[in-house]
Design a protein around this ligand. Sequence first.
Ligand code: C2O
Ligand code: CU
Length: 508
Amino acid sequence: GLSASAALARRPSITGAELRSAVPLPPPFQVPLPLPPVLKPVATSDGTDRYEITQRETTAEILPGVRTPLWTYEGTFPGPTIESRRGRPVTVTHRNTLPVPTVVHLHGGRTPADSDGYPTDLVLPEGWQEPHQQMGHGMQPGHGMRDPRAVVTTLTRSYTFPLDQRPTLLWYHDHRMDFTAPAIWRGLAGLQIVRDDAEDALGLPAGPRELPLMIADRAFAADGGLAYPALDPTLRVRPGVHEPYVAGVLGDVILVNGAPWPVHEVDAARYRLRVLNASNARHYELEAVTDDGRRLDLVQIGADQGLLAAPVTHRLLPVAPAERYDVVVDFSGVPVGGLVRVVNRLGTGRTRDVLAFRVVREAADDSRVPATLSADLPSWRPSDAVRVRDLAFRVGRMGGGHGWLIGGLPFDPARSDLTTGLGDVEVWRLVADVHHPVHLHLAGFRVLSRSGRPPLPHDAGLKDTISLRPAESVEIITRFDGYRGRYLFHCHNAEHEDMGMMANLEIT
Ligand code: C2O
Ligand code: CU
């Protein structure tokens, strides 16, 4: 059952860390921005919404005229969006018809440990007999599933999400040990939105003026398939690698909601843009530029874990892998017919462009951005902390090659790394060598400082992913509550994660 792997295994050409597509690419701002379909519950009973998702292969036309095989949730990339309400539980039953085992994690969810998608809690495809043998392709010996008895397997799996948490944009994606990066790259990512009455009452732009934007880079092989180097036996992306992949895998095509450099027609009015960087490794610094070179204000109203206390205005918004930014942009000052390009200042050539908005009509606008957005942000102080930990995220020597390490160690599902008590407040001092977007499961955190200086403007609010910049040390403060059990923290550069930059956190 590895036909899809074989079909996708092609040898892309590589320039630096960026894969070059081998098919013609469309000009920017021609393809309309798609909006992922909203998933309908199969049942709503006992105050719980029940959903079913089949993970399956499909072929889609992402680039005009090019057929691309994908791994999907319910046949679309991005997968269908799950719309949910704070405190109203959701169960999602996943059935895996893909050629490989999978794991589902709801990123940013406050989820009991047994539904959090631990990387060895596998959902197997039917007929999959010996997971530990067949998982061997491309896997680093001595790293990973040394003991197949540690692997928990099921043919379908129901995940329960209580969603007792602040409203925000979450995303669900694959989290299988050692294989997360190629699985997300092939399409296993979708959105889940949590809302509540307080947020609905604020009067923020809504309906067609609220747009989810899942930004992700990809590269396309000559046969139209997604190029990914780990599937090419001549290119190894595991530890012991290859310098080009220290940065992770980058593509030369920027997709938003699965479309290349799309364009969206808008009213001359305020829009709420719910930005997710779902790229494996690419960082963005976004700005919105008009035809006459003006940069529009990006008014940030929310972070990974929901609304800020008050809006923060940016001209340039850095977005690391897995981070979400909730941003309001006002197109009312743009003349009808004008184009607003959203560009990535860190990109070069074609990867500078992300998407564009074409202002097509004047329109009434009764939306607003209140000066006070939320009053329920946690205000932990360092003096509340019962523990301070130092955690270094570094590429180090390991065996004959390199390892992507936390505190000097690569991920081992059998090892307990940190133990904390339910309800404990902790300060973590995170240190990086190269760029690492660090993500903590279950608990949101606040940024206290960056290399001894105050946090940056975009560090505001409650976060679950923090961009550690090269040679930087960042202090965060968090509180572990809600559920006991085994959780994870890791680098969300998906290649770094697969190469071992992940650790266990036990809440007792
Ligand atoms: Cu977005 Cu541990 O994951
Ligand atoms: Cu990293």
